[in-house]
Design a protein around this ligand. Structure first.
Ligand SMILES: [Zn+2]
Ligand SMILES: [Zn+2]
Ligand SMILES: [Zn+2]
Length: 145
């Protein structure tokens, strides 16, 4: 439960109640290293005899994403719990194309560089977003043997 204490704190501070479903979805996300879909979350909860309908799960995920406590990942599809704190630049992802494992990082210099590119087009940037594929250390070993 300790991995989600910080997230529950953010919910409270933002004026949201810590409801059962919010706690349950956060807990599932915090246990996994790769993105999961709402249906997969539902299935995992079902194995624990905890039942949530997928509309509820979608609503919880929307809220968690709004608060930057979770992210929707395009590569592979699904949601992950945010592993970074606040104030470090935009949150970005590298996804293993072997096993689907995901790492989250932030890089302020990258944000600034992208702002420069955008300003060349006359754009003022807000949020940055990036995801790319790679091979994690584990999969890199397996594939090179
Ligand atoms: Zn994040
Ligand atoms: Zn940024
Ligand atoms: Zn991998």
């Amino acid at each position: 439960m300790s991995q989600i204490r910080g997230a529950l704190e953010v919910l409270r501070k933002s004026g949201y109640k810590v409801t059962g479903p919010r706690r349950q979805v956060l807990k599932v996300l915090s246990e996994l290293e790769k993105p999961v879909t709402p249906y997969e979350i539902q299935a995992i909860l079902q194995q624990r005899d905890e039942h949530l309908n997928h509309v509820t799960i979608y609503r919880v995920l929307d809220l968690l994403c709004d608060l930057n406590l979770a992210h929707r990942v395009l590569l592979g599809g699904g949601y992950v719990k945010c592993k970074l704190g606040e104030g470090e630049g935009c949150h970005r992802f590298v996804v293993c194309r072997g096993c689907g494992a995901l790492k989250e990082y932030a890089n302020k210099a990258l944000c600034e560089e992208e702002n420069l590119i955008a300003s060349d087009f006359g754009f003022r940037t807000g949020q940055h977003f990036s995801e790319f594929y790679g091979l994690c250390a584990k999969c890199d070993c397996e594939f090179s043997v």
